[in-house]
Design a protein around this ligand. Structure first.
Ligand code: NAP
Length: 489
């Protein structure tokens, strides 16, 4: 099958059942980060179009929320099937707009679809409760009802999954949604919108608006019909959204930045730990909120482990994500390249050394200057930017430690608390360390813990709320307590 990615997605916003442009006629260019080629232009919408999307969602809400769970399940299940039917097309589109290797894009589509599938099943299990009352004359009922119209703002690094993690549970719970995808990756979002119509969600249940982030978010906050905002993105933007939400006491879920530690104890299976560390670090070129940014290795196994990592990283093929066998694609844009360079330069200034990589590479002619070599940096200290801030690039900073207590202290030395990993064969250490790490997601001998049925989210400045499993669906429900009196004869 030959697919032309240029013709693979709508170029308009989805409001109700209509595909529309921006009122101003403005557009945003979407470019392939590997080549700078123009892939498509999408509408540069602002507040007025967002208000119309909220109108469409508010209009669709009463009928959608009053459907039975079984009736809500059907289009969800269908959307899952359509995503899997179109997996190759969606993956190609994602690679074109985001840059990740095609194999990873295929993986993300399946992962994104799994949230819709889970939501289709979970829609039937949104249970309330009866609670024993203190008076024989009363009964206490606890109902779970949909929050209402919800808004979602999503990032570019996982253009499909960061949407379906919100959309699936929201729709399962009986909410309607307006989604604002990232400027760099609107095409995956619009393609999902098109499939949602094909899956026969009623018009207005799913709306997608591309354009000016501040204007769109402002329209969400200014409209009392929007009852919840779910945001995935940087901690910096999350903080500002939290401030705006406080003016309206709007319900918020925040999936923010991370700075994951990965600890390798001297009793670990070093081959498994090196394979896990490299796969985890290099996924999406290191542009992943849960990728290992601080690799801590017990001194006795340090040389052997870093050697294993180095061999794996030096074998990785760098190139455009659409090329056969490529494992490391381009960074998303020039700012991302500058940030990685600045973090590495700062570390080297403060005494770190490069074990492998350490700069841009040019896989072949015709490609943009955004391919950063898989890199290991040693001699990391706590005053370096790379220790404190998300680098969002294919750079693995490695640091030696001596004791378990020291490793935990170093691992918890962060404002972030999203994901943490460790490798050990000692079962009692496994439980002790899992409990001591101040993170929302722990991978114990597992560098790929994310899955649709588990609660994903952070502590500290990594966010508020959880996505995935029944917890992800509960985020889109309100609890209502009904005290029912006059029961006795
Ligand atoms: P970002 O700059 O915060 O942008 C995320 C989204 O917010 C985009 O849609 C962006 O729109 C929008 N936005 C930007 N400024 C805004 C504002 N002032 N008001 C309202 N919306 C605004 O983050 P990013 O660079 O796209 O994504 C990378 C970050 O996301 C990293 O920090 C990463 O760790 C985090 N992340 C977290 C998770 C998690 O589950 N915890 C998952 C993935 C990523 P425009 O694109 O139009 O500017």
């Amino acid at each position: 099958m030959t697919i032309n990615p240029k013709n693979m997605a709508p170029r308009s916003c989805l409001i109700g059942a209509e595909w529309v442009g921006a009122d101003s006629g403005e557009t945003i260019e979407v470019r392939d980060p590997a080549t700078d080629e123009l892939v498509a232009s999408v509408p540069g919408c602002a507040a007025a179009e967002t208000r119309r999307a909220i109108d469409a969602a508010a209009k669709a809400l009463p009928k959608w929320r009053s459907r039975t769970a079984q009736e809500r399940t059907r289009p969800l299940r269908r959307l899952y099937e359509l995503m899997m039917r179109d997996r190759e097309r969606l993956a190609l589109l994602m690679t074109r707009e985001q840059g990740k290797p095609l194999a990873e894009a295929r993986g993300e589509i399946a992962y994104a679809a799994s949230f819709i599938e889970w939501a289709a099943e979970e829609a039937k299990r949104i249970y309330g409760l009866t609670v024993p009352a203190s008076s024989p004359d009363k009964r206490i009922l606890v109902l779970r009802q949909p929050v209402g119209v919800c808004a979602a703002i999503t990032p570019w690094n996982f253009p499909a999954a960061m949407i379906t993690r919100k959309l699936g549970p929201a729709l399962a719970a009986g909410c309607a949604m307006v989604v604002k995808p990232a400027e760099q990756t609107p095409l995956s979002a619009l393609a999902l919108g098109e499939l949602a119509l094909e899956a026969e969600f009623p018009p207005g249940v799913v709306n997608i608006v591309t354009g000016d982030a501040k204007a769109i978010a402002g329209a969400f906050f200014d409209d009392p019909r929007v009852r919840k905002l779910s945001f995935t993105g940087s901690t910096e933007v999350g903080r500002s959204l939290m401030k705006s939400a406080s003016d309206h006491v709007m319900r918020l879920s925040l999936e923010l930045g991370g700075h994951a530690p990965l600890i390798v104890f001297d009793d670990a299976d070093l081959e498994a730990a090196a394979a896990g560390a490299v796969a985890n670090k290099m996924r999406n070129m290191g542009q992943t909120c849960i990728c290992a940014n601080r690799i801590l290795v017990q001194r006795g196994v340090y040389d052997e482990f870093v050697g294993l990592m180095q061999r794996r990283m030096e074998r990785m093929k760098v190139g455009a994500g659409s090329e056969q066998g490529v494992e490391v694609g381009p960074l998303i844009d020039d700012d991302a390249v500058e940030k990685v360079k600045a973090h590495v330069a700062d570390a080297l200034d403060k005494g770190a050394t490069v074990r492998t990589g350490g700069g841009l590479v040019k896989p072949h002619k015709g490609l943009a200057n955004r391919f950063y070599a898989p890199t290991i940096i040693e001699g990391i200290t706590s005053d370096m930017r790379i220790w404190r801030e998300e680098t969002f690039g294919p750079v693995a900073p490695v640091r030696a430690f001596d004791t378990e207590d020291e490793a935990i202290k170093l691992a918890n030395d962060s404002i972030y608390g999203l994901a943490a990993y460790f490798y050990t064969r000692d079962a009692s250490r496994l439980m002790r360390v899992a409990e001591a790490l101040e993170y929302g997601v722990i991978g114990a001998n597992d560098a790929a813990p994310s899955t649709a049925q588990a609660p994903f989210g952070g502590v500290k400045q990594s966010g508020v709320g959880r996505e995935g499993g029944r917890w992800g669906v509960e985020e889109y429900t309100e609890l209502k307590f009904v005290s029912w009196g006059g029961v006795s004869k």
